[in-house]
Design a protein around this ligand. Structure first.
Ligand SMILES: Cc1ncc(COP(=O)(O)O)c(C=O)c1O
Length: 372
């Protein structure tokens, strides 16, 4: 049976559902917040992995799209999105060769560098291909994952400036370690501390080269906080579009649950076995719901007292939190806010897009599985 026109609770499960109105609200809200602060938005497609959704973000006013890996950028360019920033280091000869091929199709492509050896490798292949590339110096402002230490950033920047194949456009300073700090005041302090270090580097760079106009940073957890940094030019937030239980669990500026953005993404799962005491078994397990972040939340108002837990690869269990809790019957479809949206989405081929609970469209998750 064709999905369009059906009530979402009639869909085969497990599946991902995207509420179009909530999605639109999230996109407009972030765009308006960023513009009101005089900044730009370059949303991260690593979250939704869907070029159609990336196009909605561009239509809402985004200046470009971020991709985590070259293979994600390939899919975005293939879908007609040329202005992509690859936010992770492209560090091997094979991957750089793929980047060169992509650069031919998308001359506005950008990437980041965090090591002189990487600059060297990029230069060699750019010279061989007769191409030029815009880059940002990636700064490590406390995460320890990628990026050069702020104290070494100018040295690396000078190396890029000396290149006749690379053009230095600015810096990237994403603090992944900060985004989910539960208490707002702690998150604010940690984020501003890191970004102030980055801002000092950016000011120095700007005195060295006119081409340095981009200071790209921030995620959903620190977006509102980071807008006060005067030097920051753009945000790279991703999760705000769809949201998940991990982000819903962090505290807002007013001390409440993070209600800035709505869970536009949910997962439907069906009760496939009952008669196991105070729990029932559902068809979404590890292969559907990625086990990271907070516990999925059950949204069905008639079952306020159920707790989801993983129950192996193919199954999950919904457990009664207290005695006397009503358990769903065999065949009942439950709607969950997923734990961590990015890796969960990566396990599905499509979003069922709904309005007022009815499926209105099906969107391909075309960046799915692109982890190279
Ligand atoms: C480099 C980079 N920028 C931006 C983001 C988006 O962050 P969020 O999904 O928390 O909004 C991520 C997410 O991991 C990232 O790795």
């Amino acid at each position: 049976m064709k999905p369009v026109g059906r009530n979402k609770f009639e869909l085969d499960t497990p599946c991902l559902v995207l509420d179009l109105d909530l999605l639109d609200e999230n996109l407009q809200k972030m765009q308006a917040t960023v513009v009101a602060a005089g900044k730009a938005l370059r949303p991260h497609a690593k979250t939704h992995k869907c070029s159609l959704l990336a196009k909605m973000q561009l239509a809402a006013g985004a200046v470009g799209i971020c991709a985590a890996k070259v293979s994600e950028a390939e899919a975005l360019v293939h879908a007609g999105i040329p202005n992509v920033l690859v936010t992770g280091p492209v560090a091997t000869a094979e991957k750089i060769a793929r980047l060169m091929a992509l650069l031919r199709k998308a001359p506005f492509l950008m990437t980041v560098v965090d090591h002189p050896a990487n600059v060297e490798l990029l230069e060699q292949q750019l010279a061989g291909a007769g191409l030029n590339l815009d880059v940002l110096v990636d700064l490590d402002i406390g995460h320890g994952r990628t990026g050069v230490a702020p104290g070494k950033a100018m040295e690396l920047a000078e190396r890029v400036l000396a290149s006749d194949r690379l053009r230095l456009r600015g810096i990237q300073a994403y603090a992944g370690n900060v985004q989910h700090i539960p208490r707002y005041s702690d998150r604010r302090a940690a984020s501003l501390k890191g970004l102030k270090q980055a801002a000092a580097v950016f000011r120095q760079l700007q005195t060295r080269a006119e081409s340095c106009t981009i200071f790209s940073a921030s995620g959903t957890g620190s977006a509102k906080i980071d807008l006060v940094i005067p030097e920051l030019t753009e945000l790279q937030a991703g999760s705000y579009a769809l949201m998940d239980a991990e982000y819903l669990a962090i505290e807002c500026a007013d001390g409440s649950e993070c209600a800035d953005y709505q869970p536009a993404l949910t997962m439907l799962t069906t009760v496939v076995s009952v008669g196991h005491g105070r729990q029932v078994t559902v068809d979404a397990g590890l292969k559907a719901l990625y086990k990271d972040g907070g516990h999925p939340r059950v949204l069905n108002p008639e079952f306020p007292n159920l707790h989801y837990d993983w129950f192996g690869d193919e199954y999950g269990k919904l457990c009664a939190r207290s005695r006397g809790t009503l358990l769903p019957e065999l065949g009942t479809v439950l709607e969950l806010v997923v734990s961590h949206c990015d890796p969960t989405i990566n396990q599905f081929d499509r979003f069922f897009v709904t309005r007022d609970g009815k499926v209105v469209d099906v969107w391909t998750i075309d960046l799915r599985g692109r982890s190279q």
